[in-house]
Design a protein around this ligand. Structure first.
Ligand SMILES: NC(=O)c1ccc[n+]([C@@H]2O[C@H](COP(=O)([O-])OP(=O)(O)OC[C@H]3O[C@@H](n4cnc5c(N)ncnc54)[C@H](O)[C@@H]3O)[C@@H](O)[C@H]2O)c1
Ligand SMILES: O=C(O)C(=O)C[C@]1(C(=O)O)C=C[C@@H](O)C=C1
Length: 367
């Protein structure tokens, strides 16, 4: 039975995991350390941890499980240092890093079977960082990938799964190499593309100053992740070099192919290009967070007057319903409501429907 857990790194992911563990297992004692003291203090105030550790390696002789939830480069440095630290016999160490092969290699090299290391990666997150963005339900319905090393037993795996039960994530196992190829294509490479689209738009600004103001729906949707933490993504790219180099080759030859289709005005093949992409994109699981976090959207048909947003958010605040996003849809042609509210869970959306009908006559729609 796990009684004491130690979290190193109390930001978005560490904070969210600690919150969910405390919520479902209040009797587990959670100790936390963050190099940024303010984060640790906030984690304590928010109830994510029971104790703040004043140092990276306090007395860990009673700790049953350690979560390393720092950026990937710091994670391997911490693993290296752990080899000289006295730990409880049978302790399980896991991490949450977005890359796995290098981290697991490091664990094999420095912990050398002396310590059970289980690589981990919850496949949900945000472009926001820090404990203030953490939520106990962040990983609900998301995939949570584990990459156990050969020294790990099924009992050790079950122990980690038990601790993570409250996340309501869908836990799956993969090899680190398989993990890095898959996340390369659906997470790491898209972050590169998003950042490069933003740079391209920025380079147009000198001659077309309207670029910024015209960058609306589509551009914002595809580039949201370009607002993610730059140093975190630099390190993810450096860790996942080989799979990414292959993806660059594949992407560039695909871009070359599409470029030729445009140059040759090949309307049939261009149509096929978009049709195939639409077919695959439309078939992605919607209510599952997976690699693409799903949001429960609600459309509200509201009159277009100043103050309407604060009116609606005011109703939701009265009932303590939390929103993840709010947006005015500028076309009324096909979408009934002009206001799009996004919620993290289906339950929040249901509560919002009841709430809006309680305080107003505005119609709500789910599309
Ligand atoms: N952001 C996402 O969407 C996401 C999703 C899944 C996994 N991850 C992975 O989770 C990890 C953490 O990411 P995050 O989004 O929570 O970042 P974050 O910036 O919100 O949190 C990281 C925390 O680690 C702390 N930290 C840094 N170096 C430290 C050290 N040496 N000792 C102790 N604390 C240290 C920072 O002060 C910060 O509070 C990363 O490895 C990332 O790849 C991120
Ligand atoms: O939603 C986002 O902002 C994310 O980037 C989350 C995201 C992803 O690429 O899907 C980012 C990194 C992770 O390792 C896992 C999830």
């Amino acid at each position: 039975m796990v009684k004491n857990i130690y979290f190193i790194g109390l930001g978005l992911i560490g904070g969210s995991l600690a919150l969910s563990i405390k919520q479902t297992n209040p009797s587990i004692n959670v100790i936390g350390f963050d190099i940024n003291e303010e984060q640790a203090m906030l984690a304590m105030k928010l109830g994510a941890i029971d104790e703040i550790s004043p140092t990276l390696f306090p007395n860990l002789a009673h700790v049953d499980m350690i979560f390393i939830s720092t950026p990937v480069q710091q994670t391997i440095e911490i693993i290296e240092q752990l080899q000289n630290i006295e730990l409880k016999q049978g302790v399980i160490i896991t991490d949450v890093g977005s890359t796995k092969a290098k981290i697991v290699d490091w664990a094999n090299k420095y912990l050398n079977g002396r310590i059970k290391f289980i690589g981990g990666h919850p496949m949900a997150g945000s472009h926001k960082s820090g404990i203030l963005a953490a939520k106990p339900h962040l990983f609900e319905n998301a995939f949570y990938i584990l990459t156990p090393s050969k020294h790990v037993t099924t009992e050790d795996l079950s122990e980690v799964k038990r601790v993570l039960e409250g996340t309501k994530a869908n836990i799956i196992e993969m090899t680190p190499e398989e993990h890095d190829k898959v996340t390369g294509v659906i997470s790491h490479f898209p972050h590169i593309v998003a950042a490069s689209l933003v740079s391209q738009a920025e380079s147009y600004e000198e001659h077309y100053p309207l670029v910024k103001r015209l960058a609306a729906g589509g551009f914002r949707d595809i580039t949201r992740i370009a607002s993610s933490n730059p140093s975190m993504w630099r390190d993810i790219l450096l860790h996942n070099k080989e799979p990414l180099l292959t993806l660059f080759e594949e992407w560039m030859s695909e871009m070359e192919r599409v470029k030729q289709l445009v140059a040759n005005e090949d309307s049939e093949q261009l149509l096929l290009f978009f049709e195939q992409a639409k077919l695959y994109r439309d078939g992605l699981p919607e209510k599952q967070k997976g690699a693409i976090p799903s949001f429960y959207d609600l459309f509200v048909d509201v009159p277009d007057y100043p103050g309407i947003i604060s009116e609606i958010t005011g109703y939701l605040a009265k009932e303590e319903i939390s929103l993840t996003n709010i947006r005015i849809i500028e076309t009324r042609e096909e979408i009934y409501g002009v206001l799009r509210l996004s919620f993290q869970t289906e339950r929040d959306r249901e509560l919002a429907i009841d709430c809006i009908s309680k305080y107003s006559n505005y119609e709500t729609f789910i599309i």
